[in-house]
Write a protein that binds this ligand. Structure first.
Ligand code: KG4
Ligand code: ZN
Length: 348
């Protein structure tokens, strides 16, 4: 079975082709990606209207590229999958509209996929796929969640952020330091040259006893520190970046370890853009090694948004029998959509 996946929830247009055969893990046949980062950089963040217009320009050429690279024809496709939510409404409508139009023209069924389920299952695209059950730490620009994953579609929310996401904390702190957009990778690079204990920044909810997160106060603390430094900021920027990163990473690692302890599970998957952070990877590896737990990461190219994870999630859902692709081309999108709701009725 050949599944085409289309991702357009935010500022990346991704298209990929995944093949599933029998009960084995589906495999990636090919993918193409266009990132809008350069376009949004001038505005210091994603401009939703520009994002939608750019997805419109990119999605069909990317689809043609994937078909060309894989030697597949449109008529070979069995299912057309797309990101149904969560994300920017206008951006989601582009991928959903194109997927459903393709499905209707080809007489093939379509399937709407949860963007976070794509992130969650992205480690299955790599060479080190985890076994169920596992804990998943989802850390992206819009979400910070700890989930218990029993299998495909079996997700229990253990904790989440009550305000900003971890990626947002990176991005907003980076913006305060004049590091551009998206700030996460830039802040992380600068942090490599700084002293992580130079400034004492808050570790919100570290001792809250639950698995929730809060990052809004950290951004304010970074702002206060930056103001205090005044003219000295430029010279101390790497130290401030390193201290900010250390605060975010410490909270993420401590809560992840608490989730392992609480559930008794010994495997954890890190998914979402912040999962590309090398300090988070190093700290989590060390903390899990001490407990005899294993950490699984998606390949770096699958950490940030891409079409492969959407095609993979669709293929795994179909294979698990939890869901069937459908011929309902009257699509809608779900800009706000909780991942734990997938555990209930399929596709709702
Ligand atoms: O998963 P993703 O591509 O998009 C969303 O679904 O949000 O995540 C993007 C987020 C941004 O906030 C970006 O700054 C952050 O991931 N990010 C990083 C790194 N690479 C990407 N944050 C810290 N360190 C990185 N190396
Ligand atoms: Zn994402």
């Amino acid at each position: 079975m050949l599944v085409l996946g289309i991702e357009s929830s935010c500022d990346e247009t991704g298209v990929a082709l995944v093949e599933s055969r029998g009960a084995g893990l589906p495999t990636l046949r090919g993918q193409a990606l266009h990132t809008q980062i350069d376009m949004h950089q001038a505005y210091g963040g994603v401009v939703p209207e520009l994002a939608s217009r750019d997805h419109i320009r990119r999605v069909l050429p990317l689809t043609e590229a994937v078909l060309r690279d894989t030697g597949a024809r449109l008529s070979d496709l069995d299912v057309v999958a797309y990101t149904r939510g969560p994300g920017l409404a206008g951006a989601l409508l582009v991928g959903a509209g194109v997927a459903c139009a393709l499905g209707a023209a080809l007489g093939k069924p379509v399937l709407g996929v949860h963007h976070l389920e794509g992130h969650l299952l992205s480690p299955f695209l790599g060479s080190d796929p985890p076994q169920f059950p596992f804990i998943a730490l989802l850390v992206s620009g819009g979400h910070t969640q700890l989930m218990e994953v029993g299998g495909v579609g079996r997700y229990t929310l253990l904790g989440e952020t009550i305000d900003d996401a971890a990626g947002e904390a990176f991005d907003k702190s980076a913006k305060l330091m004049g590091l551009g957009y998206p700030g996460g990778p830039a802040l992380s690079r600068l942090a490599g040259q700084g002293n992580p204990s130079a400034f004492k920044l808050p570790r919100p909810l570290l001792h809250s006893g639950d698995l929730d997160f809060s990052f809004a106060g950290l951004k304010t603390a970074v702002l206060t520190q930056a103001k205090k430094l005044g003219d000295e900021l430029e010279a101390r920027k790497a130290d401030l970046a390193a201290s900010t990163q250390a605060a975010i990473v410490e909270v993420l690692v401590r809560k992840s370890v608490a989730a392992l302890d609480r559930t008794g599970l010994r495997r954890i998957v890190i998914a979402g853009g912040v999962g590309a952070n090398t300090s988070l990877r190093a700290e989590l590896n060390a903390a899990c090694a001490r407990r005899g737990a294993t950490v699984h990461y998606p390949e770096l190219e699958f950490c940030t948004d891409n079409g492969a994870m959407i095609a993979m999630a669709a293929a795994m859902r179909l294979q698990s029998g939890r869901e069937q692709a459908n011929f309902d081309y009257a699509f809608d999108v779900k800009p706000r959509w909780g991942l734990d709701s997938l555990a209930g009725a399929a596709g709702q």
